[in-house]
Design a protein around this ligand. Structure first.
Ligand code: GLN
Length: 474
């Protein structure tokens, strides 16, 4: 087995292995471990072998191929891939076959990256543990009694279990960074607008962003490069060129300023997480960076603000699932209203219903100003906190999550304690910034710990460079 995409690429280039054999190898691994991990909703063998065949043909003809050509990838099951089941892990879309490709799926095709499977998630990406899937509970490969994090838990667990070398997830409030942290991977949430959202099943449109998981910073940089870029199909995508992130990786951070977010290292942070963060800070000091304490005073309102904005947007985005369009429709309905009601009652899970109700409530007349408008105002203050911080520092640092992975079933009956796991990640989505989680250390039970780095808008290169410096200094 290969540890990184780069290793596999070298094996392909030197003809030690063909792209077809590489795909075979990962399907074999899936056969071995999937029964324990439960990370996948479906396999996409036809697509995978078709792409692998193209790669092998190009290699045989001595043609140039893109850097990640032939490297097996798993995609979150809320991203549309033409002619495949795309379920968002919801009963509502159980039999939905996407008639088109998301822009990122097109880009994977252009880069000849074989999509080998679709990964489990919390239903419609709502959750932090992947326990909200309508189909299965994904396990953390580091300890099968623990959650992999969420909502992109299947994407993270599959790579951590060696089922693929790369995966894609989506991050609305931490859904890439949290599972990356719990599973010991690199995970990036790009700047809002850096990667097209066209074909991503919408949860909260002003926050959603697609991003990569990988074993190393270099692999993640290559995948980010492959999926980034302007897209006329997404009105929020930014029209700027995509840097050569991997080629431009630079270890030298001497004299650069790192801001450590005070509020995210306060009470409630697990002792070993704090310890690892302190070690990372010391390492950065050794590498010549200057450390500055930064306060983001509005972080304390982050959970409330996020759970108003995200639920409001979710309630309107999910209005389309009415039994008329898409796949699920309740049987024996008396009239149209009865069909809408029954369909939605039967096919949405508890968390999704909870959010639709909350979101509908905060948008209802009479409450709009008190909740939604107020939340948007606080969102502006949070963004302002970051603007001020980036006047003083190059990059910000915090734990990705205050704790390591928790036990399966330990938080399902207490939504508020589940929401609190997002404290470190959600402000970044509210502010539209790029951020990533990088593995750094383990707790006493050997569960991975994640360091979060946050950069200013479109400064993904800076983010990657700081991450690369820490990764290589280990
Ligand atoms: N845990 C957060 C939520 O449940 C974030 C989810 C996400 O980023 N998709 O909303």
């Amino acid at each position: 087995m290969f540890k990184t995409a780069m290793e596999a690429r070298n094996a392909l280039y030197s003809k030690e292995i063909s792209a077809k054999e590489l795909v075979d190898l990962y399907y074999k691994k899936i056969d071995e471990v999937e029964k324990n991990i439960q990370a996948l909703n479906s396999l996409t063998k036809e697509i995978a072998y078709k792409t692998a065949q193209l790669v092998d043909k190009k290699i045989a003809n001595g043609e140039n191929i893109p850097p990640l050509a032939g490297i097996p990838l798993i995609i979150k099951d809320n991203i549309c891939v033409k002619d495949t089941l795309t379920t968002a892990s919801s009963k509502m879309l159980e039999n939905f076959i996407s008639p088109y490709n998301a822009t990122v799926a097109e880009k994977l095709n252009e880069n000849l990256i074989p999509i080998i499977a679709k990964a489990n998630l919390d239903e419609f990406a709502m959750g932090s543990s992947t326990e909200n899937s309508a189909f299965k509970v994904t396990k953390n490969p580091h300890n099968l009694n623990k959650v992999p994090g969420g909502s992109s838990g299947g994407s993270a667990a599959s790579v951590a279990a060696g089922e693929a070398l790369l995966s894609l997830g989506s991050d609305t409030g931490g859904s890439i960074r949290l599972p990356a942290s719990f599973c010991g991977l690199v995970g990036i949430k790009p700047t809002y607008g850096r990667v097209s959202r066209y074909g991503l099943i919408a949860f909260a449109s002003s926050l959603d962003q697609i991003g990569p998981f990988a074993n190393t910073v270099e692999d993640a940089a290559l995948l980010l490069e492959a999926i980034s870029g302007y897209d006329t199909n997404d009105s929020t995508s930014i029209n700027v060129s995509v840097p050569k992130y991997a080629q431009n990786l630079d270890l030298n951070i001497k004299g650069k300023k790192i801001g450590v977010i005070k509020e995210l290292l306060a009470e409630g942070v697990q002792f070993e997480v704090k310890e690892s963060i302190e070690k990372a800070i010391q390492k950065y000091k050794d590498l010549g960076a200057e450390i500055i304490e930064i306060s983001l005073p509005h972080v304390k309102y982050a959970i409330a603000t996020y759970y108003i904005i995200a639920t409001a947007e979710a309630s309107s985005n999910l209005a389309r699932y009415d039994g008329v369009r898409y796949t699920y429709r309740a049987k024996d309905c008396k009239n149209l209203i009865d069909m809408f009601t029954k369909t939605r009652s039967e096919a949405f899970g508890d968390e999704v219903k909870r959010r639709i109700m909350l979101g509908t409530y905060v948008l209802s007349s009479g409450y709009y100003d008190a909740y939604y408008k107020k939340a948007q105002q606080v969102r502006a203050l949070i963004k302002e906190d970051y603007n001020k911080a980036f006047e003083k520092v190059d990059i910000l640092l915090s734990p990705t999550c205050p704790t390591t992975a928790f036990d399966i079933n330990s938080k399902v009956s207490d939504p508020l304690s589940m929401y609190l796991t997002d404290i470190g990640t959600i402000t970044i989505n509210l502010a539209g910034l790029p951020a990533m989680s990088l593995p750094y250390g383990v707790d006493k039970d050997n569960m991975p710990i994640g360091v979060q780095l946050i950069a200013n808008v479109l400064e993904e290169q800076k983010l990657l460079n700081f991450a690369y410096a820490l990764e290589q200094a280990k």
